[in-house]
Design a protein around this ligand. Structure first.
Ligand code: KG4
Ligand code: ZN
Length: 359
């Protein structure tokens, strides 16, 4: 089944053609990063206008690269939410128009579920994903721990109570004068920094909580930077690198500790990283180190003995970590497979900025 996916939830206009949820025939992304660089963040009105300009050429290019026309496509998938409403509306309207014109099914997709399914893109038959899996999905706009018992079964076990980790990366980059988007720049600068120089706080949300909080960490960085400004006037390269490295390390420790604790408690076979922040090399390395160092229980629960540690997965291709439409087409396939009768004819769908992932 070939699905044309469309994604416009934030500042990327994207379209892709994916077969059976795993084979990517095309994946076109028109990024607005340069446009938002000036403002240090996304201005919704500016993003929406750009989506209007790009949506048609991006869809045409995705079909062209796939070597297909709309006749070859079996269904249209689109991000329904969460996201910026004025951005979502462009994709939802475009996808609805295509579905009406062609009579092909329209499959609405939750953006966070989309990030989770990025790990299925390029799945190899000889290395299929095993359930249950614990997924840390962490982006600029969201930050969740999700337990998956099977396809399209998402149990939210923790989320951020304030900022998402990606948002913290972006804000800290701005505080350090590094530009937008912050994640990739922070990780580049952090390579030369001292991760231990600033012992930033790791929010403790209660013994049994899998929730996150990053606003205190962001404020701690701001305070250190203000103090440095007051004493030194300007921030030295060394200070910026140490601050970026200490911040990145703290964020990675918090994220990986909760992920691994949840993986142990839920006795999962796999641990997945998803979303824009899963592109972070340090996060990938820290999670891998911890998987190797932790004890995992036998699935039979008979012994407290250790068996296989879960397998760690993340998208090797970084364009699948950040916003893209291939992940939307993949998610749509697994939803469709589970309940094809839901999508028999074109029907109206909502563009919902606040939609919860498990709703
Ligand atoms: O998934 P995404 O493209 O958009 C949302 O759904 O929010 O994620 C974008 C976020 C941004 O906050 C960006 O700074 C962060 O992902 N990001 C990273 C890295 N690459 C992107 N954060 C840390 N390290 C990276 N290498
Ligand atoms: Zn996203």
């Amino acid at each position: 089944m070939k699905i044309l996916g469309i994604e416009t939830s934030c500042d990327e206009t994207a379209a892709a053609v994916v077969e059976n949820g795993t084979i990517v025939h095309s994946n076109v992304i028109a990024s607005q990063i340069d446009l938002h660089h000036k403002t240090g963040g996304v201005v919704p009105e500016v993003a929406a206008r750009e989506h209007v300009l790009k949506i048609t050429p991006v869809i045409e290019e995705a079909l062209q690269i796939a070597g297909m026309t709309l006749n070859d496509i079996d269904a249209i998938a689109v991000t329904q939410g969460p996201g910026l409403l004025s951005s979502l509306v462009i994709g939802v309207t475009g996808a609805s128009a295509l579905s009406m014109a062609t009579g092909k099914p329209l499959i609405p997709v939750n953006h966070i579920a989309g990030h989770i399914y990025a790990n299925w893109l390029g799945e190899k038959p000889e290395d299929p994903i095993q359930f249950p899996a614990m997924v840390l999905t962490v982006s600029g706009g969201h930050n969740e721990l999700v337990y998956m018992k099977s396809h399209v079964s998402f149990q939210l076990i923790g989320e951020t109570l304030d900022d998402a980790a990606g948002e913290a990366f972006d804000k800290v980059a701005r505080i350090l004068g590094l530009g937008y988007p912050g994640g990739p720049i922070i990780s580049r600068v952090a390579v030369n920094g001292n991760r231990k120089r600033f012992p930033f706080p790791q929010a403790f949300m209660g013994k049994d909580s899998y929730d996150f909080s990053f606003s205190g960490l962001k404020t701690a960085v701001l305070n250190v930077v203000k103090e440095e400004h007051a004493h030194e006037g300007v921030l030295s390269e060394e200070f910026v690198a140490d601050c970026a490295a200490s911040f990145e390390e703290t964020a990675c420790q918090v994220l990986s500790n909760k992920l691994l604790k949840a993986a142990q408690q839920y006795k999962v076979k796999e641990v997945h990283l998803a979303g824009g922040v899963s592109a972070n090399r340090r996060l990938r390395a820290v999670v891998q180190e911890k998987i190797e160092g932790k004890y995992f229980f036998d699935a039979s629960e008979k012994k407290v003995a250790i068996t296989h540690a879960p397998k760690l997965r993340f998208a090797e291709n970084i364009t699948f970590c950040t916003d893209n439409a291939a992940m939307i087409a993949s998610t749509a396939f697994f939803h469709y497979k589970k309940a094809p009768h839901h999508y028999i004819k074109p029907f109206p769908i909502l563009a919902d900025p606040n939609m919860r992932m498990y709703a």
